[in-house]
Design a protein around this ligand. Structure first.
Ligand code: SF4
Length: 218
């Protein structure tokens, strides 16, 4: 895949999803960090149902440490994996308080160094809350769509991120994840991709229509 071809694909996908943006509700870096941790294996819609009460109860990082874990677990239970997520939120909060004076650090390296914060979460917070372009958030949709379009030949998120960072200029990194996530949710679904409605179907090696056409030609 050339950089020019990759740029053209992203342009066309962005035209199909001009409203692509992060769908988690947040107003502060801490809220975005917590919402992103909660979004693992959970829909943004479900996270957005849980977070208003959570953010009202815990406006500062220190507040997550002031209650028993069970209280937090109960509040985030609907997002699934609530024990692990409670642990991640409290570990990150403790380090934010101890090492960063209670403020979420505005550097990718400091974010990814927090316990319970992986590269994807760090990239989401760094790019959306601080305008940094230090990485590309690779979630399940980005993995799937970039694989189907052959933007990468890898399946491992770190390698996929590296391939996407090589293909696209830094200023497009947030756009890459926003657009591929929207495309994965709306069109290029995991089980039944809607190739007939896809803006880049004519360039996609994985198009279902391609195999139908091939069968018809024989
Ligand atoms: S053509 Fe089909 S498989 Fe390819 S990106 Fe579009 S929806 Fe996904």
């Amino acid at each position: 895949m050339t950089k020019a071809k990759a740029a053209e694909l992203l342009d066309r996908l962005h035209a199909q999803h001009p409203d692509a943006h992060i769908e988690l509700d947040w107003t502060t870096p801490l809220e975005l960090l917590v919402a992103t941790i909660l979004s693992a294996q959970c829909t943004d819609k479900r996270v957005n149902e849980v977070t208003p009460a959570l953010f009202a109860r815990f406006p500062r990082a220190a507040d997550y440490l002031s209650v028993e874990p069970a209280e937090l677990e109960e509040m985030i239970r609907p997002t699934g994996f609530f024990r692990n997520k409670t642990r991640a939120i409290r570990q990150a909060s403790a380090e934010i308080v101890e090492r960063h004076g209670g403020e979420v650090p505005d550097s990718f390296d400091d974010l990814v160094a927090l316990h319970g914060v992986g590269r994807k979460t760090a990239a989401v917070v760094a790019s959306n809350a601080f305008g940094l372009r230090e990485g590309i958030a690779v979630d399940t949709h980005v993995l799937r769509v970039s694989g189907r379009l052959r933007l990468t030949r890898h399946a491992d998120p770190i390698r996929v991120e590296r391939d996407l960072m090589r293909l696209y200029p830094r200023e497009r990194w947030l756009e890459v994840s926003d657009v591929l996530i929207f495309h994965g949710r709306r069109i290029c679904n995991a089980r039944r991709p809607r190739c007939e409605d896809c803006a880049v179907e004519d360039s996609c090696p994985s198009s279902l229509l391609r195999s139908v056409r091939k069968r018809a030609a024989h």
